[in-house]
Design a protein around this ligand. Structure first.
Ligand code: TMP
Ligand code: ASP
Length: 254
């Protein structure tokens, strides 16, 4: 009973055709995967929380002049976005060592980095999204030096903004991953922030206790995933109605 045409289904989201040309509807699922789909689970309410959190962050970024694909939230699980041609590169910004940089370079988790570090990963599930250099990105034609400059500048602005936003609510922004897309307007092409920014794509640690408030709780089997995402939403001040709404949704599903 699908109301509209599915354009793409990813691990945590589905894209449907939008109401107008150049738009899409981004649907947030409750599915969580890790380690390139080797681990999979459903986390009740995650899609609703990520829809809200990503909406909030994208709107704030847009307000400070970082262009994004976000147009408006439509309902609990869906947002209207501009259709963009996704650049097949995951841009990771790190402030504190954790996850793969700790393993790869032998730096203890929690060690502050000398400065914010940007990394590029080639988006290819079959290869497990390998770390690549700028030279790989340009030599293989996945992007070009001009786009790389734009992506790095936008990634650093996003990092500065998010680090401040989260510090204000007692959360350390350890690292995050973003994606970019190309939007064509007549002869013009520009790059916008795409995908989502949520606890699925960031590492967020409570500043006082170092408690993890992100997807590492799922990756590392720590439990309390949905509660951690709710805590992030609550501290951002975007949750007042969410708890009861999540309740209604899970009751309706029974
Ligand atoms: P990493 O330490 O595993 O390389 O992850 C760095 C950041 O990127 C972390 O905030 C989690 C996020 N991330 C994603 O959003 N998607 C992914 O597929 C991976 C591997 C990491
Ligand atoms: N999203 C990735 C996957 O499904 C991994 C991750 O976020 O850790 O494999």
């Amino acid at each position: 009973m699908s109301r509209r045409k599915k354009v793409y289904e990813g691990k945590a989201k589905i894209l449907y055709e939008g109401p107008e040309a150049g738009t899409l509807i981004q649907y947030f699922k409750d599915d969580a995967t890790a380690f390139n789909n080797k681990k999979h689970a459903t986390i009740t309410g995650k899609g609703v929380l990520n829809n809200r959190i990503s909406e909030y962050i994208m709107m704030q970024l847009s307000a400070i002049g970082v262009p994004t694909h976000f147009i408006k939230r439509l309902n609990m699980r869906e947002q209207l976005i501009r259709a963009a041609e996704i650049i097949p590169v995951e841009v990771v910004v790190r402030n504190v060592a954790a996850g793969s940089i700790s393993t790869r370079l032998g730096i203890e988790e929690g060690t502050p980095l000398p400065r914010s570090i940007i990394e590029f990963y080639y988006k290819d599930d079959a290869l497990g999204d390998p770390l690549v250099s700028e030279d790989h990105l340009t030599a293989f034609g996945w992007t070009n030096p001009h786009e790389i400059d734009d992506m790095m500048a936008m990634a650093l602005r996003t990092n500065d903004f998010l680090a401040g936003l989260f510090a204000g609510i007692g959360i350390r922004l350890v690292d995050f991953k973003i994606e970019f897309g190309r939007i064509y307007e007549g002869d013009l092409m520009r790059i916008v922030l795409a995908d989502e920014i949520s606890p699925d794509s960031c590492r967020l640690w409570d500043m006082q206790t170092n408690e993890k408030l992100d997807k590492d709780r799922f990756r590392r089997d720590m439990g309390g995933v949905s509660e951690a995402y709710q805590e992030v939403a609550r501290r951002l001040g975007i949750a007042p109605d969410l708890e009861s709404r999540l309740h209604q949704e899970s009751n309706a599903a029974k």
